[in-house]
Design a protein around this ligand. Structure first.
Ligand code: FEO
Ligand code: CA
Ligand code: CA
Length: 563
């Protein structure tokens, strides 16, 4: 997600917005530059589009699964009916028989993140209210709190496609109002617990079949910044969040055996996702990006090795005790973020610490817990490389190299973004040194711009969804690309690094959460924030998925027919 898009809303009157969106051209008006290679034989790529539709390459059926507000058939701890949340992002599929060692690809559970609300739709709070300085009510804030977090949805492949199973004993919600959950790891003793979760962007799936849900833009919920429509939870005393409890990674068991936890050993920053693999000794290794301009790439390595024969409750403890590293690309090294006398001295004499201390005189980093709460400061002070907004990282299933989407950095003129490919020394994911290359440079020559979520299929193709900022779609340097889409990028052969478009999303949306079933035949996909630039209910920019005059609704779908 790019927050400039939301800030931008506040500066637009309806008239100026209409002028921006008046041009809706056919894709033939803006062909991409000539490709260097031929598309894969197994699908016919589509072209860019500005249509308010989800368009998928011919021959692949699409099943609508669930939209914001749909009934899950379950009840919250206080007895109220639970609904599918807003702005679905990450999706992870869990075979229904996973805990028995199965790989069922026709029935399973989906964990779906819900990142942030659109107040116009969720709480009936418009940009006009915001500009007038009107405060939100407790009821409006609670509606927004219940719209974020995540959903567990039981799904099944039937004769005519994928369907949600409602009711199901598995279906339930985690929200920002969910009862307190324990915080583990080095900062767990200090922070103890957190109320619910929010800003849930992307995530990961553990080998013991739990979901990791990443809290990204947690700083945008309390404030009353006039540029930020989404904020204002502090409008009502007692409803503001304690920001120290967010910006972490939450672990959720979709099967309901284990309670949700937040793992402080994985650091606190604007977490995008978690890409899990194993080190040479069987350690759990997790690659994680921090999605803000000039922030960093991180890696966590568990202290102990994973024992697949241990209980799930034992295995999850691997996320409580380990080493967090930050990437120094200039020297190809992973910097351990470990508190000791040397690191304390380096941090305290750094300019980043001095600047942070000026803003918050109470800031101190005197132990590992405080270092993790202030992960960014420690990483920068110790030499981590500033990057162009880390979105997803994913590990190549065939060669173990790590692909990292750097979506863009308009501060430095990187408008199209790029994808790094990082190779650990000795092919050990737990190594402390690495090499890297630019796998793909965004732009008309490669076929995509602003890469965000990544997923690999079983054949080693990289699937990339893009997140060009909404106010720029179809304009200027972004004109060749149409709406945000989904692309297939071969990683080997003559087409390696060339993007071929598989899907195009409706107006204002980004496609998110690509995840394949174990057999690779189904791709789950989320359509996030369609119609985000709707300023009022009578000026909707999208009517997807209902069509006609309906309001837009974030939704998840299943794409079938893959192999
Ligand atoms: Fe929520 Fe980094 O995208
Ligand atoms: Ca994004
Ligand atoms: Ca993202």
């Amino acid at each position: 997600m790019n927050w400039t898009r939301r800030s931008f809303l506040t500066y637009l009157g309806v008239g100026s917005y209409a002028a921006l969106t008046a041009h809706r051209a056919d894709s033939t008006e803006f062909p991409l530059s000539r490709r260097r290679s031929s598309p894969p034989a197994w699908f016919q790529p589509i072209g860019p589009s500005l249509a308010d539709e989800l368009i998928v390459a011919p021959g692949f059926p699409v099943d609508h699964l669930m939209s914001w507000g749909d009934d899950l058939g379950s009840r919250a701890p206080d007895g109220t009916p639970e609904k599918f949340g807003y702005n679905n992002d990450f999706i992870a599929y869990f075979p229904i028989d996973a805990l028995q060692g199965g790989t069922n690809s026709s029935e399973g559970l989906l964990w779906v993140n819900h990142e942030y609300p659109h107040p116009l739709f969720v709480s009936d709070y418009s940009i006009i209210d915001h500009k007038a300085g009107k405060k939100k009510t407790a009821e409006q804030i609670m509606a927004e709190k219940l719209s974020v977090g995540g959903s567990i949805v039981h799904v099944r492949l039937e004769a005519n496609g994928w369907k949600p199973v409602v009711p199901s004993r598995y279906n339930r919600r985690i929200t920002a109002a969910y009862p307190e959950m324990t915080m583990t790891g080095p900062a767990g003793g200090l922070l103890r617990s957190a109320v619910g979760s929010l800003a849930n962007c992307s995530g990961g799936r553990t080998p013991w079949y739990t979901a990791l849900s990443c809290e990204e833009n947690y700083t945008d919920f309390n404030g009353t910044d006039p540029k930020d429509l989404q904020a204002r939870w502090a409008d009502v005393p007692g409803m503001a969040i304690d920001e120290t409890r967010y910006g972490w990674v939450m672990e959720v068991d979709p099967f309901g055996e284990l309670p949700p936890l937040k793992h402080t050993a994985l650091g606190r920053f604007k977490h995008e996702n978690c890409a899990l693999t194993r080190g040479a000794r069987g350690q759990i290794v997790i690659y994680m990006g921090d999605d803000e301009v000039d922030q960093h790439l991180y890696k966590y390595v568990s202290a102990e090795s994973d024992n697949p024969n241990a209980s799930r409750a034992e295995r999850r403890k691997l996320l409580e005790n380990g080493t967090l590293y930050a990437a120094d690309l200039s020297r190809g090294r992973w910097i351990p973020l470990v508190y000791d006398a040397d690191t304390r001295a380096t941090i305290e004499k750094s300019s980043v610490f001095a600047a942070a201390k000026k803003a918050d005189p109470n800031l101190q980093i005197t132990n590992q817990a405080e270092l993790l709460i202030n992960t960014r400061i420690a990483a920068r002070a110790l030499g981590a490389t500033p990057l162009d907004r880390c979105e997803d990282c994913e590990v190549h299933p065939l060669d173990g190299s790590v692909y990292v989407a750097l979506t863009n950095n308009t501060r430095h003129g990187n408008l199209y973004g790029h994808i790094l490919r990082l190779v650990e020394d000795r092919d050990d994911a737990a190594a402390t040194t690495f090499r890297y290359e630019i796998f793909l440079a965004g732009g008309p020559q490669s076929g995509l711009a602003c890469p965000d979520n990544l997923a690999f299929d079983r054949h080693g193709n990289l699937w990339v969804v893009c997140d060009m900022s909404g106010e720029k779609i179809g304009k200027g340097a972004y004109k060749p690309f149409g709406n945000n889409g989904l692309f297939v990028v071969p990683t080997t052969g003559p087409s390696a690094g060339d993007a071929f478009q598989f899907a195009s999303g409706p107006t204002d949306c980004e496609l998110t959460g690509p995840w394949f079933t174990e057999d690779g035949k189904t791709l789950f996909l989320a359509v996030q924030h369609p119609g985000e630039y709707s300023l009022t209910l009578d000026k909707l920019t999208s009517h997807w998925p209902g069509g006609g005059n309906s309001i837009p609704k974030p939704s998840i779908v299943a794409v079938r027919g893959l192999s």
